[in-house]
Design a protein. Structure first.
Length: 235
């Protein structure tokens, strides 16, 4: 009887420890996502808060508009890496078999925590960016080939329209179609996650959508030839 009680107590303690580790990793993923790359780079190297300029968004695109390509590319790489790194935290947990449905589900939870951290960063008064680059890092870690297809859609749309916001929305909206219709994904949690990604991008780009409908959205002028940029003077 004592042996059974002892075994049961060990099992309960083990289960409790598993829960603590899982929650701790999710919280760590949120903290990683909260790293306010564009805000910190703007304040440390330029003495400005990027959120007070351009679109007011703490992301790579607005960093490029405000501080130039060098700062913007650094922000983009770090924000993307945040999402990728958060997903890799799943390997610190020994409770799931890698690539199993449960493992992928836990990876997506970690990724969602990182995206939430980017949008509402604890280090920057909960005023972050739209989470696009971090989201790309998350889906890159979970489904790299599907991510490459969506990236192609993004760059093609940017090339044709010069609207980064529209390109992000279309790339995200295409994600569930890509994984279901092209790659025939059968993991329910991944399909649900892809739908959430689409809805999230629509939610975070509400103001951009309104400006697009009014034809007031700013184009990525830094992608245009110099002679076609607003305010260009040949003299």
């Amino acid at each position: 009887m004592l042996k059974k009680k002892f075994t049961f107590a060990l099992r309960v303690n083990k289960n409790n420890m598993q829960i603590v580790i899982r929650i701790s990793l999710i919280f760590l993923a949120y903290l990683i996502g909260s790293i306010a790359t564009s805000v910190w780079i703007g304040k440390w190297f330029y003495g400005k808060d990027v959120r007070n300029y351009g679109s007011g968004n703490a992301g790579a695109t607005n960093t490029i508009r405000t501080f130039g390509w060098k700062a913007g590319v650094i922000v983009m790489i770090i924000d993307l890496f945040k999402g990728w790194l958060a997903v890799q935290l799943a390997f610190l947990s020994s409770f799931y078999i890698p690539k199993s449905d449960d493992f992928i589900t836990y990876q997506m939870i970690l990724g969602a925590a990182a995206i939430l951290g980017h949008i509402f960063p604890v280090y920057a008064q909960f005023r972050g960016g739209k989470g696009v680059a971090t989201l790309v890092g998350v889906v890159l870690a979970i489904s790299p080939v599907a991510t490459a297809v969506c990236a192609g859609i993004f760059f093609l749309t940017v090339f044709l329209t010069k609207y980064v916001s529209l390109s992000s929305i279309l790339a995200g909206f295409s994600f569930p179609f890509v994984i279901v219709l092209i790659f025939h994904t059968t993991t329910p949690s991944l399909v649900i996650f892809s739908l959430i990604v689409s809805i999230l991008l629509l939610f975070t780009h509400q103001k951009n959508i309104e400006r697009l409908l009014r034809n007031e959205e700013n184009k990525a002028t830094f992608l245009m030839p110099v002679h076609k940029r607003p305010g260009y003077n040949e003299e």
